[in-house]
Design a protein around this ligand. Structure first.
Ligand code: CTP
Length: 422
């Protein structure tokens, strides 16, 4: 694939090098187009060494080849990283006053803009107006991350992780992903990862969940405009999704407490973030692999063999069923989504087990998928069936966890619309 990486003049310009690296590692042909301001942050030599292509920095480079026209026309994907407030303005207004903006005007392929700027700039109504306009015109503007900025302060406006930018950019082409703003104004709580149930200070009972499906759901919901909290258990995520509030938990009971806080909009919770947590949630998506059992008792000190404390058995107690509890409660959000990770057995298929689980849990949607030693857990792909409480059954083809997340969110949006029209 031919990818154009445009680079804006902000301090995060150095991270564009990492994004280029992600693309070249995956075998793509990259051309870098820095703006004049970006060239004050990174040198052409760095970009040429990383891409293996000459930098096209001005419209007067490669004049006989008419580069300002053909680089954009031949691109399969354009990514602008970082997109400054000034670049957002210029692109939204159809500017054509340098190599990057002329290239963008010529491009008919998917375009991803990854903004990075100070929080106050990002939240400024002029900037938000430009973002909305770009999105209306079919350009994907990534939600910036929340975190440490260039100076001592932190907030929204941080550039998302380079790996996330690359993954999302490729999803626009390879999976034809789109991110309509159809979850704007909604609060969504997603759980992901696995719980760990302590045996002693060193050991625990756990499971093989990677957190990838929960993170993909949280990232896509945030990109579709929702205010998202990810309640995250043990995981092996390469990065935390941008623009999402993450609450990390260990045990099933910790997870239950944080989910309940989030569902009711409890601002008294110890680690609650008041701006994000003040209204009840509209949706709960339980993608976490919650341990069904925990040891009866947790030893205060490490259990040692040969010592008096050496156990000859570990007795287990049943954990609360978080999803079933929420469904039966008075704070059930408008839409509840569960997952069923099943292996199936000689008598019962994965789908039959899923149908029975949907009845048992009472949730609105249930994503059923087959798991095994080398299937789904920790793998980038997933697939199965999305079952609805109304009896609908939609097959979800094997695809990336981001695409599976999009299927689930499409069905969620439909249910939210039905609910509001009642
Ligand atoms: N779940 C939950 N609380 C639990 C166990 C599971 O909220 N204590 C949620 C999971 O997050 C998932 C759904 O319930 O969305 C189904 O999880 P799964 O582990 O497949 O099912 P179980 O309820 O544990 O049933 P079983 O072990 O009998 O298959």
């Amino acid at each position: 694939m031919r990818i154009v990486v445009g680079i804006g003049g902000g301090i995060a310009a150095y991270k564009a090098c990492m994004v280029i690296r992600e693309f070249t590692k995956a075998g793509h042909d990259v051309v870098a187009i820095p703006t004049d301001a970006a060239r004050k942050f990174i040198g052409d030599a760095t970009l040429e060494a990383l891409t293996g292509n000459p930098v096209s920095a001005t419209v007067f480079d490669g004049v006989p080849e008419v580069r300002h026209v053909h680089v954009g026309a031949q691109a399969d994907l354009v990514v602008v990283v970082p997109t400054t407030a000034n670049l957002l303005r210029r692109i939204a207004n159809g500017a054509a006053n340098d190599m990057l903006t002329t290239t963008l005007l010529m491009a008919t392929c998917p375009v991803l803009l990854a903004p990075a700027m100070h929080t106050q700039m990002w939240e400024n109504p002029h900037v938000q107006h430009n973002v909305a306009r770009l999105r209306e015109n079919g350009i994907t503007v990534m939600q910036p991350d929340v975190g440490r900025l260039t100076g001592p302060d932190s907030g929204a406006g941080r550039l998302p992780e380079p790996a996330e930018i690359a993954e999302m950019a490729l999803s626009l082409v390879e999976e034809k992903a789109t991110y309509p703003q159809d979850l704007a104004g909604r609060r969504i709580v997603v759980s992901g990862g696995g719980t760990q149930e302590a045996i002693d200070p060193v050991r625990y009972l756990g499971n093989r969940s990677s957190g990838l499906q929960g993170a993909a759901l949280a990232a896509c919901a945030a990109q579709r405009g929702a205010d998202v909290t990810l309640v995250l258990g043990a995981n092996s995520l390469p990065y935390k999704p941008a623009g999402v509030t993450v609450r990390e938990v260990m045990s099933a009971r910790d997870m239950q407490r944080d989910i309940e806080d989030e569902l009711v909009g409890n601002t008294d919770a110890e680690d609650a973030q008041p701006s994000q947590n003040a209204q009840p949630a509209d949706v709960l998506i339980m993608a976490a692999a919650v341990a069904d059992f925990r040891p009866d008792a947790v030893a205060d000190v490490k259990l040692k063999k040969g010592a008096a404390s050496e156990p000859d058995r570990i007795d287990l107690t049943r954990n609360p069923d978080i999803l079933a509890g929420v469904v039966a409660s008075d704070h059930k959000p408008r839409v509840t989504v569960g997952f069923a990770a099943e292996t199936g057995d000689a008598d019962t298929s994965v789908l039959e087990l899923g149908r029975a689980k949907l009845q048992r849990k009472g949730c609105d949607l249930l994503m059923v998928n087959e798991v095994g030693f080398d299937k789904t857990f920790g793998q980038p792909i997933n697939g199965g069936w999305l079952l609805g409480r109304d009896g609908s059954e939609q097959q979800v083809p094997e695809s990336s966890k981001r695409t599976v997340a999009q299927h689930i969110l499409d069905a969620t949006v439909e249910l939210l619309a039905e609910d509001s029209s009642r």
